[in-house]
Design a protein around this ligand. Sequence first.
Ligand code: IMP
Length: 418
Amino acid sequence: MNTVIVGIQWGDEGKGKITDFLAKDSDIIVRFSGGNNAGHTIVLGEKKFKLHLIPSGIFYENKICVLGSGMVINLEVLKKEINDLKNEGINTKNLYISENAHLILPYHILIDQKQEELRAGDKLGTTCQGIGPAYVDKVSRRGIRLIDMFDEETFSEKLKYHFKEKETYLKESNLILKEIKETQMEIAQSLKEQVADTTLILSKALKENKKIIFEGAQGILLDLDFGTYPYVTSCNTLAGSAATGAGVPPYVLRKILGVFKAYTTRVGTGPFPTEIKGIIGDYIREKGGEFGTTTGRPRRCGFLDLVILKYALRINGINSLALTKLDVLSGMSNLKIAYAYRYKGKEIDEFPQNLKIWNEAEPIYKELPGWEKDLNKINSFEELPEEAKNYLKFIEGNLNLKIEIISIGAERNKTITR
Ligand code: IMP
């Protein structure tokens, strides 16, 4: 069955690990949105790989990996990622890049940084990788797509237009049109064999009943339309966007797997009702290694929030759940799970769309006893401490859905399936 894997918090849920784990039983792994703002960490034996663009299925020799049309691609980052993998002996020949994907060019990064500076007291805390400005160009129909790179005249014309249009930003920079053109064209040429109409690859696979994993990036609360706007990314991260971002019919998206952490984290600014400031938050951050894969920024940490999870289940049609990083909670005597918010004396359990409510809402918690046991040696659900089982049962009871995969460590084998 085809599976869409989406994060159902604010990103960094461990989608990369779960994708890598499930990829062994699939044929094709497709990224359908975002760019190198994403960071997926995969641990294989002694080695730790950090992927920003390439799907987490690349570590299997015979799987096809696709960068879909809904993505924005920084060719320099992609080339480096491919080279780094090659240097580790990993085959990247089965990687295909959609010719419709838009490019992130050096001036997009510059604009992203400048705009963050201008926002002064009200920063979004973007990853400064040029994601927003590249999507702006796409939406305003002047973006540069990969397909444009193979026609020098078209690429030159578009680049000239951008240099003129973005003059105010560019005049203080040391970016040079000729240099950008040459570098980008050189990389594009080196990848030419792998640039394709990826919808044809996917249609053929679907006809042959091959299994496809659609690997989401970021999380539902960073979705441009349904997240905590404006503190969101610049594209849709919702499960439904797998169809538009990859170019497949929506009815082929059958299993919608929501990945969430045993607690909550968020990078960048924006509301976060269950955030824990102080030593407990610091403890989770250190133990969970909660530092951005792309930017290295410390992630804000908090208790699990069922209000956002219920919302994510509803709007994505999640029919399967994977929980990650349960091991990080070992050693905490007391755990809390928010099941509703209080706002102006009233209890609310539906996701508020109004940012003001988000900022003022106070979480209402269920307190549960924690557990001491290190989960490192555990191989099955039955072996988990009773308190951990109760923690999971409380979540399942509230979400009305079974957690099918439980991750208790970064390695592939630290995964319990039920
Ligand atoms: P942008 O996607 O770089 O424009 O950043 C917009 C917001 O999304 C910021 O709050 C980022 O921290 C957040 N964000 C973007 N990508 C990720 C991710 O992969 N994990 C977590 N947060 C992310």
